[in-house]
Design a protein around this ligand. Structure first.
Ligand code: IMP
Ligand code: MG
Length: 182
């Protein structure tokens, strides 16, 4: 690519768009007759959440949480903390946690268990991206946009040091940018 910060575009805008529409259709079918509560995991899932929620042809509730995981810039330590909780209780609700990417699996395993203890009617995880080769805990998202290789990705909400979230596509960050250590 011209811009040497990136190795390549992994998922272009059209590819993302088509898959988000499919996921929206799938959720519309799976939650027919219900009013699911979509919970956006800030900040990474914001772009995906905004696009996905508008492809669901059902009444929905929207809520937002933020988590932090301690670790260096390209991998997490496994220690997860809820830094912003939902505004409304989830007891008895059909919850869909919307996340940007499942990597080690630590964040979503922790959050799903934490929220399951609040007695929702159901709880599922919809992840834009899944990097199964990096898993260190037993966790599988219920809905996955794309399964991706073990590369450090940015764009469409995903960041490197808070940068690149506003790219419309998903790109592989050049190893020179992050020092080659994932
Ligand atoms: P996990 O707890 O290891 O599954 O980490 C998930 C979190 O790590 C995601 O929500 C992202 O914030 C971050 N993450 C993992 N892989 C990437 C990547 O390739 N690019 C940007 N962020 C990533
Ligand atoms: Mg995240």
């Amino acid at each position: 690519m011209k811009d040497s910060k990136f190795e390549k575009v992994l998922l272009d805008e059209g590819t993302i768009r088509a898959r988000v529409i499919e996921l929206g259709l799938q959720l519309t079918r799976d939650y027919a007759g219900k009013t699911p509560t979509l919970i956006c995991v800030l900040r990474g899932a914001s772009s995906f959440f905004a696009d996905l929620s508008r492809e669901i042809e059902l009444p929905i509730f929207e809520d937002f949480i933020a988590i932090s995981s301690y670790g260096d810039k390209t991998s997490t330590s496994g220690e997860v903390k809820l830094v912003k909780d939902v505004a409304e209780g989830i007891e008895g609700k059909d919850v869909v946690l919307v996340e940007d990417i499942v990597d080690s699996g630590n964040s979503m395993k922790y959050i799903k268990e934490l929220f399951a203890a609040r007695k929702p009617a159901s709880i599922k995880v919809c992840a834009f991206l899944d990097k199964p080769s990096r898993r260190t805990v037993d966790f599988q998202a219920d809905y996955v946009g794309f399964t991706v290789p073990d590369e450090f990705l940015v764009g469409y909400g995903l960041d490197y040091g808070q940068r690149f979230r506003n790219l419309k596509d998903v790109r592989v960050l050049a190893a020179e940018v992050y020092g080659g250590k994932k």
